[in-house]
Design a protein around this ligand. Structure first.
Ligand SMILES: [Zn+2]
Ligand SMILES: [Zn+2]
Length: 85
C-alpha cells in the first residue's frame, strides 16, 4: 500500500491524497509535478527511476487506510532552491 506522503520532498509543497500534482517513483519518493518536471525531468533524483502520477485513493478508503502525515524533505542535486542547504 502506498504511504501517500503529505508533501513534495523537494519544495515541501503540500500534496494531499487527492492531489493530481503528486508524482512518485517506485520507492515512493514523492514530488510535486513542478519539481518532477522542471528540476528532474521526470526522473527520481534519489533512485534514477521514473516519476509517475500518484494514484488518488478514494476518500472512503482513506478512512480505513489514511495517508501518511510524516513529512519528508531532502536536498537534491539539480534542485536550484535547495542546492545550498
Ligand atoms: Zn516540489
Ligand atoms: Zn526514488
Amino acid at each position: 500500500m502506498l504511504e501517500l506522503r503529505p508533501n513534495c520532498e523537494c519544495c515541501d509543497r503540500d500534496l494531499p491524497p487527492d492531489s493530481e500534482l503528486a508524482r512518485i517513483c517506485t520507492y515512493e519518493c514523492t514530488f510535486c509535478a513542478g519539481c518532477a518536471d522542471d528540476h528532474f525531468g521526470g526522473i527520481c533524483p534519489n533512485c534514477g527511476g521514473e516519476l509517475v502520477r500518484r494514484p488518488i485513493r478514494p476518500a472512503a478508503k482513506l478512512l480505513t487506510h489514511p495517508a501518511s502525515t510524516e513529512r519528508v524533505t531532502k536536498p537534491h542535486p539539480g534542485c536550484p532552491e535547495r542546492a545550498a542547504v
